[in-house]
Design a protein around this ligand. Structure first.
Ligand code: ADP
Length: 159
């Protein structure tokens, strides 16, 4: 059983994240989407539990995907879950430097956990949770960018 962990903030999940999850679900037996949060830092727009619920709703059609919140070192979670890989999305060259650093640091921490990079469909390559929140705050139409329950929640919370 090959498990992959897809970590991130997911505040909230976008269609770009979902595209990466769908690709990972084809490659691995199980994909655990891990909502990273830091109890020492302010909560984002949505609580970790709300973010997990949005991910569960958006991935209900994928029976090998689950979601959890976690606080701590990613490689520890990978060890606990016996995960073979960490999945990260690469949208553009601008993502590369940070992702490359993280992958090499995680390899130092646990050489057995590989990082796998997946690229979304081009039309999602400009999408980020931050930008979607900005558009929602300014009352723009975000329905193309996020799953329907997320769009409703964003509109409710930000406008
Ligand atoms: P983080 O705060 O760790 O960057 P995010 O939730 O923003 O968390 O992103 C999690 C992962 O998903 C990162 O690897 C990021 O590059 C990737 N990602 C974010 N948005 C997209 C997108 N539109 N297409 C593909 N990958 C994405």
């Amino acid at each position: 059983m090959r498990t992959a962990i897809y970590p991130g903030s997911f505040d909230p999940i976008t269609n770009g994240h979902l595209d990466v999850i769908e690709r990972a679900a084809k490659l691995f037996d199980h994909v655990l989407v891990a909502v990273a949060h830091n109890s020492q830092k302010p909560v984002g727009l949505f609580t970790p539990d709300e973010r997990v619920t949005f991910i569960e709703q958006a991935t209900a059609h994928l029976d090998n995907v689950s979601a959890t919140a976690f606080d701590g070192l990613l490689v520890r979670l990978a060890e606990q879950k016996n995960a073979a890989a960490l999945v990260r999305g690469l949208r553009a060259v601008s993502d590369f430097e940070y992702e490359f650093q993280m992958a090499l640091m995680n390899r130092q921490l646990n050489p057995d956990v590989e990082t796998v990079f997946l690229t979304p469909r081009e039309e999602y390559s400009y999408l980020s949770s931050r930008l979607v929140k900005e558009v929602a705050r300014l009352d723009g139409d975000i329905t193309k960018f996020v799953p329907a329950p997320v769009a409703a929640a964003l509109t409710h919370r930000l406008t």
